[in-house]
Design a protein around this ligand. Sequence first.
Ligand code: HEC
Ligand code: HEC
Ligand code: HEC
Ligand code: HEC
Ligand code: HEC
Length: 285
Amino acid sequence: MLAIPILIAFIAPGAAAQTQTWNGLSYQEAQWHPLHFKPAAETASNDDCLACHADVLQRRVRAETPAGVQAGDTLGWYQTLDTYAGDQETFHRRHMVTEYARQVMDLKCNTCHVGNDPREEAGLSHAGGDPWLVLRKQVDPNTCLLCHGRFPYEIMGVPGPWSEHGAAFQNNCLLCHVTFRTHRHQVNYLKPDAIEALAEEQQDVCFGCHGGRSWYRISYPYPRHPWPGMPELVPDWAKDRPTQSPARFLIEVEQAAAPTQPPASAPTPEAAPPSTPSPNAEQNR
Ligand code: HEC
Ligand code: HEC
Ligand code: HEC
Ligand code: HEC
Ligand code: HEC
């Protein structure tokens, strides 16, 4: 009879894993929970997601690699900006939990995760497929491009890459940007006032999101919000630009801080809102 308790001891952990629930739901029910899909994904709070995915913000990187390299002994090129601080951290923690992330950003789970299809993950594989699925990705890379694009010096009158020519401008973006494009960052995943304040203290604050960590060779085609003193003539590169941030990023934004509409008395054909949809139209769905 001794065998029975031993047998149970072996089976029990497996049985427990099978019946583990996520907020009272089976694995299947949880995986296909409506919060993973539009429209619920669009209005979910972080707490809604963290109820099941708390681990996303709890996990830490290994202290050392399997080969024995200490995590703290290596730095990526993108970890040399003067805003980078603290120990190596996971992707999610670097965007939501670490000190710098909290200072300048207010990213939500659904800033990046607005639904994907765990079964399919590819658009147009059949007639009824969702054409907007981004192949095998859970997040539309356009979202990353917002903060990880190339520095578009060509449109700024800066002669070349910031790493080479920044010094000529005292490494200070605000030299020009106290005047140009001053209506910026009024979106629900950034902290606009904190960004401006920090940028006066630390040189890499602006560059950090506009070229200093560029994972892409292209730049994000930002909306071009009217600013006081904006020239009436719209440059060619800006003709198709929207003049407002995508709607989903404007939910719960206090517009009070940004009363910078151009005077109503100066309507020019150039200033008319562009007819093309925002480059974000896809990720807005
Ligand atoms: C009721 C529990 C529950 C809730 C609430 C929940 N999830 Fe999940 N989620 C799961 C489970 C279970 C899986 C499958 C995990 C796996 O296979 O590793 C999953 C998978 C995922 C995946 C991976 C999808 C894939 O294609 O592999 C992402 C991303 C995700 N969830 C994000 C979210 C976000 C964002 C929210 C809030 C909007 C959320 N989840 C809410 C339980 C939940
Ligand atoms: C800055 C964008 C961003 C934010 C904000 C974000 N995620 Fe993710 N998340 C990603 C990316 C990118 C992946 C990897 C996707 C892939 O492999 O296709 C991922 C993967 C995941 C996964 C599956 C893999 C894993 O690590 O377990 C889950 C679950 C998940 N995220 C949940 C969340 C939750 C919950 C939140 C909010 C607390 C959140 N994410 C916030 C971008 C983000
Ligand atoms: C709202 C701006 C913003 C968005 C959107 C964003 N990032 Fe980031 N990302 C940052 C900032 C700021 C840092 C630097 C954080 C730091 O140094 O503490 C960073 C750091 C990183 C790092 C380096 C992490 C490390 O350990 O040094 C990677 C990789 C990364 N982002 C990838 C992505 C990907 C992939 C996406 C899209 C799913 C994304 N980011 C979306 C702002 C953003
Ligand atoms: C020599 C002046 C000058 C300097 C220095 C400068 N900018 Fe600009 N920047 C401009 C001008 C001019 C524009 C375009 C204005 C317009 O929309 O007509 C611009 C546009 C931008 C845009 C919008 C790009 C787009 O596609 O809509 C961003 C983002 C930007 N600058 C960030 C920066 C950052 C970050 C720095 C510092 C690393 C910087 N700028 C330094 C003059 C400058
Ligand atoms: C944490 C990341 C982050 C930092 C730091 C940051 N930006 Fe941005 N910036 C963005 C994002 C994201 C957008 C697009 C927001 C939107 O959709 O309106 C943007 C938009 C802009 C634009 C376009 C404005 C317009 O017409 O809408 C300019 C110019 C700009 N940033 C300059 C700067 C300058 C100058 C600094 C430093 C004072 C700076 N950025 C710091 C992420 C950042």
